[in-house]
Design a protein around this ligand. Structure first.
Ligand SMILES: *[C@@H]1O[C@H](CO)[C@@H](O)[C@H](O)[C@H]1NC(C)=O
Ligand SMILES: *[C@@H]1O[C@H](CO)[C@@H](O)[C@H](O)[C@H]1NC(C)=O
Ligand SMILES: *[C@@H]1O[C@H](CO)[C@@H](O)[C@H](O)[C@H]1NC(C)=O
Ligand SMILES: *[C@@H]1O[C@H](CO)[C@@H](O)[C@H](O)[C@H]1NC(C)=O
Ligand SMILES: *[C@@H]1O[C@H](CO)[C@@H](O)[C@H](O)[C@H]1NC(C)=O
Ligand SMILES: *[C@@H]1O[C@H](CO)[C@@H](O)[C@H](O)[C@H]1NC(C)=O
Ligand SMILES: *[C@@H]1O[C@H](CO)[C@@H](O)[C@H](O)[C@H]1NC(C)=O
Ligand SMILES: *[C@@H]1O[C@H](CO)[C@@H](O)[C@H](O)[C@H]1NC(C)=O
Length: 752
């Protein structure tokens, strides 16, 4: 086991060593000391490996070592023989295999007045824990491949991994004292040999007793603040009250460790209050440091952060009023790489941020608000997927099926149909509704995790915004002088032959109406999955044509690339076409598709990028910026198609960008996390996707536009479109089915 950790650490070090970041002495922070905030890893990198295991600790150190002097946080528990081990909970059964190893070991103890049932460290000698008990991950969203592999760590073991700083938290001094075990004695012995930088505790009596026992020049005493209504055992006062008297706190501690909600409260709807409390500024005035706890990339703090954990750290360390002095986190690299200017590597380079229905992670896709947000968030290219109403009005929406992105199901359920040419499930289609009817609907926020209550997007804006006609979209793009636009055209053949709608003519005239065809300052991308559609836009030389390849491909052989080159300047491919992941969520390898396309001067865009952590491979540490870095810095795509342009923008550009400060973002090599694991522990490799064939690229000519409102006379051609009566039957038969489908399915699925 130890062998593979060693290998893994080497890998990380090798990637980092090339890009050591020189510290900038001119850096000025609003922390008490003026130094950058401390990154404190709770139980090491507990977001990936079981907390406080050797792997978690060494990984925390290797992923943060280039960013200041991070601390490893150990929650101290004592064994029967008075030895210190690191485990967050007083009960060991939630984070170790102790219940299996000692099935009869369950006990009930009174802890701060309450009965707690479980397995307790103080019933075992350290040898009994060491020899047979191993650590497990106790949070479902985190990898379980390390479970049962790693022994519990003692404080000595943690010190042995040589953390730049060591932080011991003593949550239960009173409990251990009641059972004739002395935390103070253990700490005094430990500090003789090991430098402990911080000792924290929620028990005031313990902190006061430590005042004479540690060298305060070397070891800071920190008051751990629990929830406002929890009662502090020494004073019998509530923590919420104690924290109001910071002068008294200063008499026994040099800082406080508080849940982040004390600093920036979140309301019942899970939105941040408009302003922070004065806790940090008040504490700093008293000369008290403030450390904030409760950070984890896979536990979204508030809707305001749009599932981007970097946004949350920045809120606490880089707002205009203060910076906390440190953050306690389960995902230390995201916290460590907090200085945005470190991402400035790419300033001025041609990596495009292309939206997917505007900033559809923040506002309902394709609405005025989503586009406005996208522009504010720094998108280069805003996109419009053009849909047509029955009367030919062009507007922007993800798909012609209005069921997902609007309130259509409530109003027009009876108009639902199944159109296999467009999608398998039934829907309410824009081309079956008049524009006036569509305008009676409201936009509706979609999310890849609709069924997971905790991962909905900005619910306060669920139905906010207005639908945007193509003409208005083009006007907006002109007025706001965005760098470019992407017009996406789907289903052109179906619209022509079945609905008498000529989407190509509509788009062409809208573009020329707004003179997009006679300028070159704003880039125009025309995107389609149909090469015949793309060839219709060949006449305007400034237009760039983009083939969207929605199926996964494993390879792009030369003859296919040569064929594509006849039609397009760029391809837009799903993430899995460039970078394969295993079924259990680790990156595996990169395909050659990007190299093959770029060798022919075909740009490659990757889509669709979203922030929500369950879409991310474990190698990205639940941090969407890690995924962006992997595609941009790691693989070298030309653009990312994203629903969260703010996050891409945060990564790619920064106002304080300085091209000479070439400090790179830490990047896990593709397959890096996997390479540290035994093959037996992993799901079998996923079969590679098939290669792209020439036949997949060449599309048939477009059918002519039929006049569907003309009666089909005896001399006419009745085969082109099914008559209204036959599809009418289909509608009725499908209403029940479609209701069920809508209730059960999330509207997004494989596209992510
Ligand atoms: C990052 O560091 C630079 C100097 O190195 C500083 O000017 C800038 O303000 C820092 N950025 C943030 C967000 O703190
Ligand atoms: C186990 O630990 C996790 C993470 O701390 C927690 O969410 C969960 O509630 C715990 N389970 C029990 C049974 O205490
Ligand atoms: C650990 O397990 C082995 C085999 O199951 C057993 O012989 C040994 O006594 C156990 N050690 C402890 C300390 O319980
Ligand atoms: C968070 O979002 C809510 C709702 O949009 C807003 O009222 C609030 O001011 C935001 N808070 C911060 C700190 O931006
Ligand atoms: C083009 O502009 C004219 C006049 O401004 C307008 O009447 C027409 O509807 C526009 N056509 C399109 C397709 O936007
Ligand atoms: C790609 O573009 C470069 C520069 O425009 C040109 O020199 C090169 O020949 C092109 N390669 C191919 C395969 O078209
Ligand atoms: C379609 O047919 C109807 C009825 O014959 C006619 O009024 C209308 O002008 C035709 N539309 C087109 C675009 O030819
Ligand atoms: C009638 O439809 C068939 C099959 O779609 C087509 O081949 C034929 O050209 C059409 N005839 C006319 C007069 O449009």
């Amino acid at each position: 086991m130890i062998r593979f950790f060693f290998l893994f650490s080497l890998l990380i070090h090798a990637t980092l060593a090339k890009k050591a970041a020189p510290a900038d002495p001119s850096e000025k922070w609003l922390t008490l000391s003026g130094k950058p905030p401390l990154v404190i890893s709770r139980g090491g990198f507990s977001g990936i490996a079981p907390e406080s295991s050797e792997f978690a600790n060494s990984m925390a150190i290797s992923t943060t070592a280039n960013f200041g002097s991070p601390a490893i946080f150990c929650n101290l528990q004592l064994t029967k023989d008075g030895m210190g081990i690191c485990q967050t909970e007083i009960r060991l059964d939630n984070s170790t295999t102790i219940a299996q190893v000692y099935p009869k070991g369950q006990k009930i103890y009174k802890v701060n007045g309450e009965d707690v049932r479980g397995w307790f460290a103080l019933d075992y000698l350290i040898e009994e824990l060491y020899s047979n008990v191993t650590c497990v991950q106790n949070i479902m969203s985190r990898p379980d491949v390390f479970d049962g592999q790693l022994p519990i760590s003692s404080v000595d073991d943690v010190a042995g991994t040589k953390p730049p700083q060591l932080w011991l938290n003593v949550q239960y001094d009173r409990f251990y004292t009641e059972h004739k075990l002395s935390v103070a004695t253990f700490i005094q012995e430990t500090t003789r040999l090991t430098h402990v930088n911080y000792i924290s505790s929620p028990e005031i009596g313990f902190l006061k007793s430590m005042n004479g026992k540690v060298n305060k020049a070397r070891t800071k005493l920190i008051f751990t603040v629990l929830g406002p209504d929890a009662v502090e055992p020494t004073t019998n006062q509530k923590y919420g009250a104690i924290i109001k008297d910071l002068a008294t706190v200063k008499s026994f501690a040099s800082g406080i460790l508080v849940p982040k909600g004390y600093i920036w409260p979140v309301n019942k709807q899970n939105y941040l209050e408009a302003a922070p409390t004065t806790l940090v500024t008040d504490a700093h005035k008293q000369g008290l440091e403030v450390y904030a706890s409760g950070f984890a990339n896979d536990m979204p703090g508030s809707y305001n952060y749009s599932y981007d954990p970097s946004a949350e750290y920045l809120q606490f360390i880089a707002n205009s009023q203060f910076s906390v002095d440190g953050v306690l986190t389960d995902f230390p690299p995201t916290a460590a790489q907090h200085n945005i200017s470190e991402y400035s590597l790419f300033a001025g380079q041609p990596y495009l941020i292309i939206t997917h229905n505007g900033a559809s992670g923040v506002y309902p896709g394709g609405t005025d608000l989503a586009y406005q947000q996208a522009i504010n968030d720094g998108a280069d290219i805003i996109d419009c997927s053009v849909q047509l109403s029955k009367d030919g009005v062009a507007f922007c929406m993800n798909t012609p099926d209005l069921a997902g992105d609007t309130t259509a199901m409530a109003s027009f359920m009876s108009r639902a149909t199944t159109i296999p040419e467009i999608q398998a499930k039934s829907g309410v289609f824009s081309f079956d509704l008049e524009w006036a009817e569509i305008q009676t609907l409201k936009p509706q926020m979609a999310s890849p995790f609709e069924n997971t209550q905790s991962l909905v997007r900005n619910p306060a804006a669920k139905n906010a915004g207005k639908f945007v006609r193509l003409a208005d979209f083009l006007d907006l793009a002109k007025t706001k002088a965005v760098s470019g636009i992407m017009i996406n055209i789907q289903n052109a053949a179906y619209l022509a032959s079945h609905k008498g709608l000529d989407i190509i003519a509509v788009v062409t005239s809208a573009l020329s109406n707004t003179t997009f065809d006679k300028q070159s300052t704003q880039q125009v991308f025309i995107q389609s999955d149909d090469t015949t559609v793309l060839s219709k836009f060949k006449e305007v030389p400034t237009y760039k044509r983009v083939l969207s390849i929605t199926e996964l491909i494993g390879d792009a052989p030369k003859q296919s690339v040569d064929e594509i080159k006849k039609y397009v300047d760029a391809v837009n491919v799903p993430r899995g076409t460039l970078l394969m992941t295993t079924d259990d969520g680790f990156t595996k390898y990169t395909t050659n598709v990007l190299k093959e396309m770029q060798a022919a001067n075909i740009s490659v865009f990757v889509s669709v990028i979203v922030n929500e952590f369950p879409t991310l491979a474990f190698d990205y540490f639940a941090d969407p910026i890690m995924e962006l870095a992997s595609f941009i810095q790691g693989i070298g795509v030309n653009g990312v198609v994203t629903e969260f342009p703010a996050t891409a923008s945060r990564y790619l550009r920064s106002p304080c960008s300085d091209p000479s400060a070439k400090t790179a973002f830490l990047l896990m090599p593709v397959g890096g996390l996997l390479s540290g694991l035994d093959a037996g522990m992993l799901a079998p490799a996923v079969a590679p996707a098939p290669p792209l064939e020439v036949a997949d690229i060449v599309d048939p000519p477009l059918p002519s536009v039929t006049n569907t409102s003309a009666p089909v006379g005896p001399g006419g051609n009745g085969t082109a479109a099914p008559g209204p009566s036959s599809s009418g039957i289909a509608i009725n038969a499908n209403v029940g089915l479609s209701l069920l489908a809508v209730a059960m399915l999330s509207f997004f699925s494989i596209g992510y």
